[in-house]
Design a protein around this ligand. Sequence first.
Ligand SMILES: NC(=O)c1ccc[n+]([C@@H]2O[C@H](COP(=O)([O-])OP(=O)(O)OC[C@H]3O[C@@H](n4cnc5c(N)ncnc54)[C@H](O)[C@@H]3O)[C@@H](O)[C@H]2O)c1
Length: 372
Amino acid sequence: MAGAATSAIKSVLTRHLHASPGSKKIVGVFYKANEYAALNPNFVGCVEGALGIRDWLESQGHQYIVTDDKEGPNSELEKHIPDLHVLITTPFHPAYVTAERIKKAKNLQLLLTAGIGSDHIDLPAAAAAGLTVAEVTGSNVVSVAEDELMRILILVRNFLPGYHQAISGEWNVAAISHRAYDLEGKTVGTVGAGRIGKLLLQRLKPFNCNLLYHDRLKMDPELENQIGAKFEEDLDAMLPKCDIIVINTPLTDKTRGLFDKDRIAKCKKGVLIVNNARGAIMDTQAVADACSSGHVAGYSGDVWFPQPAPKDHPWRYMPNHAMTPHISGTTIDAQLRYAAGTKDMLERYFKGEEFPSQNYIVKEGKLASQYQ
Ligand SMILES: NC(=O)c1ccc[n+]([C@@H]2O[C@H](COP(=O)([O-])OP(=O)(O)OC[C@H]3O[C@@H](n4cnc5c(N)ncnc54)[C@H](O)[C@@H]3O)[C@@H](O)[C@H]2O)c1
């Protein structure tokens, strides 16, 4: 009796999970490549490349619309919201899927993230509407970990002012060397040691740093020993020990604004921060103020809020930053992996098969554990 009631509730909660027969309307929102689109046949992550799945989808009778026009009531995306079945989005050019859009999307069943991080979707609203949200877990973790290592070195060695001197005809060694250091011997702490955090720690090991990690979960002792990092259960106890802090958690209710003025004040004076996780984990103004005061000696990352970052975003103008647009997880190698992962999930959706379990962010009205 209880089982029957549960399954009745589930079927109300879950919009028909498997594709019903017939043509589906699938909309993809990606960044536009314009003159760069034709430069690389593997450039599939852009509007023009359309994840390389257009012929495959259309040959099966599905409609596939791809756009970069995502904001506001007159956008191309908004026009298709009322009758689309599947929406493919990407963190690099996030289509913000609000509760209001979800309410309007009466045919929507599936939200796929081509990449990792589905925080641009109102996940509780998606869960309440019975939608499935899934991403291509693992698809670009190496790409991001490599990029973080690069950003650490760029900040530690005070690289960017030297580059600017080179292109502007200057030569002033002292202006760079008075705040350039070796990475060896420094204490590096990652906040979040999941897939990306672990890969970063593994890459840092040969640099002979002192490695710390804070996470909801402690690694098993064998892996911890192999990686050579020490677990710090209390984030606030770890922060003052670190010369370099790297953020590697998803953006959730618990991590939004985690690095506000007070938490940044707990970090060592002169700390370097790398954040390729999500911009909104930081308090924007608190970071800009701490860079201006020198409490944070350098900040680098590729994630902002919102995206694209407006021209007047404070992080564009703060001192000692090494910011870029959102690029670390969209190398050509990463694009091919998240395009293949998206195609695999669409194929399973058409056949009524389950996705790989680690890909689910929202399933049958429930959020994945780290989002709860
Ligand atoms: N810049 C990019 O191009 C890019 C690409 C991929 C992923 N990302 C971001 O990186 C994030 C991490 O990716 P991943 O593949 O390593 O994910 P993951 O799920 O493998 O790891 C996340 C880790 O964070 C921990 N965590 C979650 N909430 C926490 C909390 N409140 N306190 C402490 N630890 C917490 C989890 O336990 C887990 O170990 C993604 O969610 C995404 O936001 C960015």
